[in-house]
Write a protein that binds this ligand. Sequence first.
Ligand code: BGC
Length: 399
Amino acid sequence: MNDKIFPSQFFWGCATSAHQIEGGLINDWSQWEKSDMRLADLAKKQQDPLDFISGIAANSYIENNADINCLTELNNNAYRFSVDWSRIEPEEGQFNQEALEYYRDFIIKLKAQGIEPFVTLWHWPLPLWLSAKGGWENQEIVNYFKKFVAKTVTYLNTEVNFWITLNEPMVYASQSYLVGEWPPQKKNPLLMYRVINNLITAHQESYKILKTIDSNNQVGVAKHNMYFEAAPGFINKILKRLADWWWNFRFLNKINKQQDFIGLNYYFHNYINYGFSKQFSYNKKSDLDWGLHPEGINFVLQDLKKYNKPIYITENGLADHGDQHRAWYIEEILKNVHEAIGAGVPVKGYFHWSLIDNFEWAEGFKPRFGLYEVNFGTYERVARNSAIFYADICKNNRI
Ligand code: BGC
């Protein structure tokens, strides 16, 4: 038998975020989805705007029992999801008690099923009153974030041990302030730099709050790291060093004293050949044309070993409408994770992105990341074959 057994008490889970599944949110993203700028852009591409408006998303705010059923069917013992800032603080300083109670009830239901909650405090959208003040460009946001964190964590603390302050800060800063694709669609490297600094400070400050509320709280960020592979040549080696420093390590280095674990979101291999993202021949690609490179996660994990902290793979997955590659990809990823664990990397959990089909930011509803297919007419969740495959792994703690 060459079964690969995972460490005992390994967390097997799935991940989602509020804006992508809950529905009914009013925040800067939902506003942007309907803005003239956005609609004009979609019209140019001859796209139906309805496919790009989150609306009721996967209706999870109402159907959260259905999501919990999926998690139990998957034999998951952990679930990563986010609370939505605009739901909790729709107006500056006015906290919505009902929203806080909703999240607490949801968490209590999860725990009744033996599912450990990993709560993300910020997974990208902002309340409208805060985006009107400049969002992450304005350093005042750090104070607003602190207040939001204090309120939310005080309320949920008795039920939650694992907190993720920020989701993929580098991705957000680049897409929203450099590439200009996501709201507020700016292309300004200096602003991006400022946004990153504010995100760093927000994490550092909220870490202190989380620890003051309860010193047992385990706190980290979900960090998007890529495997930068350099083609032969001195210049390529230098480019790899630069990319690793800027994209993979700088943020983690800055918050190193304020994190109890590292959350890794792994999606990409990036081939460096006198430039980034150069042509590379992938055997398999996702529906979004992302080259699937499961070996990369082993390298990324080995590089995180130096931090000497527990590592949770807080996201990993692919858009695969026909479920052609998902089971294969999960298995290959997990083989590589297992190898990294064997080499001494302290990986303590894996969360697949995503539990259910959801709203994929700029790409709308077309990309299907779910282990469960969502029927966007009836909101029924149906297990794809890969869900059954994953459920078996989670049950047996082995591949
Ligand atoms: C994000 C998710 C997103 C996923 C797939 C991650 O970068 O955290 O919100 O849906 O990738 O693109």
